[in-house]
Design a protein around this ligand. Sequence first.
Ligand code: NAP
Length: 437
Amino acid sequence: MRHFAVIGSGPAGFYTAEALLKAFRDRCRLDLIDRLPVPYGLIRFGVAPDHQSIKAVSKRYEKVALEPNCRFLGNVHLGADVSIEDLLHCYDAVVLATGAPHDRLLGIPGDELPGVVGSAAFVGWYNGHPDFADLDPPLDGEDAVVIGNGNVALDVARILAKTSEEFTGSDIVGHALRALADSAVRTVTILGRRGPHQIAMTPKELGELGHLHEASPVVEATDLPPGELDAGLDPGQRKSVQHLRDFAASPPDANKPKRISFDFFARPLAVEGAGRAERVVVERTALEPDGSAQGTGETYVVPARLVVSCIGYATPPIPGVPYDAGLGRFPNQGGRIGERLYAVGWARRGPTGTIGTNRPDGYEVAEQIAALFPADGEASGRDGGEGLDRLLQSRRCDPVAFADWQRIEAAEVAAARAGAPREKLVRVEEMLRARGD
Ligand code: NAP
């Protein structure tokens, strides 16, 4: 018998668990450990609440969690309740699927002012992450700035611009729905330090901005490169740029009071304000031959009481695990960090790729582990989950089992608004109460 621990129950964790269970079948026991009492990581807390079809993948993960040789242990903190040494002592292999839940910092003057928030915090707030339940972002100004030209910037801009009606069928949490209904925000300016050909936005997500009830996308035609240059783009990128061309070609709808305005070649220099964010000082840029953005010295000001930076994420370090602060993740060779210790997903690659990218990633690491432990190999004698259970008990840590999560989920479904799939519980204590504590 082999014993494996996967830390983190988001997509990367579940695909790895699935692959290990397939490779070892009834020759293994696997524990899927999460610091929160609820599973699914990025699916629950990252994917936008109005993108329910993407969240449906959790049904596949549920099947993995219900496999007889798999256990979910929520509410267990690696680094507080258990150490990496404890896990390597109990298990034959440990896989870190801890994601990249921390915001990369803007690093400009004024980025610490109230009103400046990172996307992990802002997205966590509208998605009901317990760490950000009290964020209370300022929505009292007419102007907001979103920094970055990736899909997260699109998610944030769209959520800020939607009406309550447009959230029907979503699982946006009640506190965010109410705050957004009262929001004064009318203009969301998306700052991109490079140009339309350098965006990291995908066509489907960008196209959605053209169909909002109360908001029109605004693109300056003069920012767009000559049309013939689009031929050099890959097909997805070309479709995205076509959306920008369509937005530039149609004047904003006079019947829609909100604007989502794209400022390209625009690099934030500072956030200013008297005790809170009031404006962003922006420098115009030009592209260098290597594709990087170079400041031109010309500046302008965009008013903003809310500034959301959507410039990428970092994996937090874990005591006892090598960490590269520059890369913001664990250094690894094809997923291998060290002896019997692996990383998958964003903890392995950094914060890029779609949910599906994690599948081959997890399978590749499972193959490496399978090669280490052939079916006819000698057993290691490690006691796996039983050893962990003893440790947790001695430390008064009471893990949340998958059956407990199912009770929490039932409570969330029962509390759903009309038309919504669930009303998420947003506090750890509420989750623990719902499991029957
Ligand atoms: P991303 O795609 O890497 O985009 C980050 C953006 O931030 C880039 O435009 C980057 O510009 C900009 N940026 C970085 N540092 C900056 C700075 N100091 N100042 C100004 N701008 C800066 O990251 P993301 O949007 O966080 O998305 C993460 C991953 O999740 C991506 O793979 C994304 O596609 C995926 N995702 C997918 C969906 C979906 O499919 N619906 C939704 C959300 C996220 P440069 O290019 O100039 O560096």
